[in-house]
Design a protein around this ligand. Sequence first.
Ligand code: NAG
Ligand code: NAG
Ligand code: NAG
Ligand code: ZN
Length: 390
Amino acid sequence: MKFLGLLALLLVASAAIADDSSSEEEAGLKEAEECTPDTVCELPNCRCSSTNIPGGLQPRDTPQFVTVTFDDGININNILTYRNTLYNRRNSSGCPAGATFYVSHEYTNYVIVNELYNQGFEIALHSITHQTPQTYWFEATKEDMKREFGDQKIQMAHFANIPYESIKGLRIPFLQMTGNASFEIMKEYGLEYDCTWPTTSHTNPGLWPYTLDYASTQDCIVPPCPTASFPGTWVKPLVTWSDLQGVACSFVDACFFIPDRADEDAWYKFILTNFERHYLGNRAPFGFFVHEAFLSAFPAVRGAFVRFLDLINNLPDTFMVNSHEVIDWVKNSVPIDKYKAQGCRRFNPRACVARSCGPLNSSHNGMDYWMQICNVCPRVYPWLGNPLGQ
Ligand SMILES: *[C@@H]1O[C@H](CO)[C@@H](O)[C@H](O)[C@H]1NC(C)=O
Ligand SMILES: *[C@@H]1O[C@H](CO)[C@@H](O)[C@H](O)[C@H]1NC(C)=O
Ligand SMILES: *[C@@H]1O[C@H](CO)[C@@H](O)[C@H](O)[C@H]1NC(C)=O
Ligand SMILES: [Zn+2]
């Protein structure tokens, strides 16, 4: 991921310098000021970037959050893994366990998105096109981000028949930051947090989520990173893992020096070693970021993953939650016992009248698509600029 990012940077560096259209678009933005000890920035709506535990808690009083996330399209194949590994899990508190899906539109089956929502999982955004090359994202403007993420939120709520307000997070494809652009659209579309930005230098102790009111001190692994002030907009950093040689990786399937993929015990140990850096440290949220294909291709890795979930679901101070629940906790950072007393997350299931639609002509590649949705069929295949396919 890191190398791809650097490569992209080299490829477009000259183009970016020649392009001065971005300065116009930044007109309404204000450079974020440094956060100093005198800065007034207080929870629930402001937090400077820091490895300090929110609420000034001791590690032993701090819930250890684990956020499991899966990226990309959701379909009839990968749902089997989700059903088998995630459904019917509970925290030690007896509350249902969470996970977050960063969903891209192409080939997504929205009937299954509705099912995941009804299981209590979080549905978040990962763009309409997920297109290559990565330089598209590197160069993306505010307008592009509106079409990829703002419109996707409308699209997701519509076709999966889930509440618009339930969609709160986004992750940009290839973890390619777009400078200010993605953050500029978030308020307008009610998006509360970004989960794109990796850190390799704040891993031990780990970086906690923070807002962009003031200048971030986070390392910028895949530039450009935002430098304007975005009051009340949250960053949930991807605290990287260390592989067997100490090389950082943001996705589990992107780690390079790894145990034999057929050795379940070695993988279990590998996962635990990374978890313990958080659990025995400052309890910064621990991310298990992965693509489903990696788990289905390597049954031993999948076995280790399930063993790890079984373990944490039995730890009294560890909670497998939806990503946005971590932000909710940071805003109201109460000790473990109080947190447990708050009871389980509640939500209303949403019905789906399933329809199969197609063939739907697509304007971007002329191909025919079929869609499984919970609403009336679109006229054409939904895409950029026409998220509802009207
Ligand atoms: C973000 O906005 C700030 C403030 O206007 C500006 O100084 C900075 O150059 C912008 N960053 C990028 C990558 O465009
Ligand atoms: C896990 O348990 C905690 C504490 O009881 C609860 O707040 C949280 O909502 C639960 N997770 C999910 C996804 O329900
Ligand atoms: C599908 O869309 C392409 C591109 O817009 C167009 O050339 C083609 O005629 C359309 N096909 C049908 C069957 O409508
Ligand atoms: Zn992706």
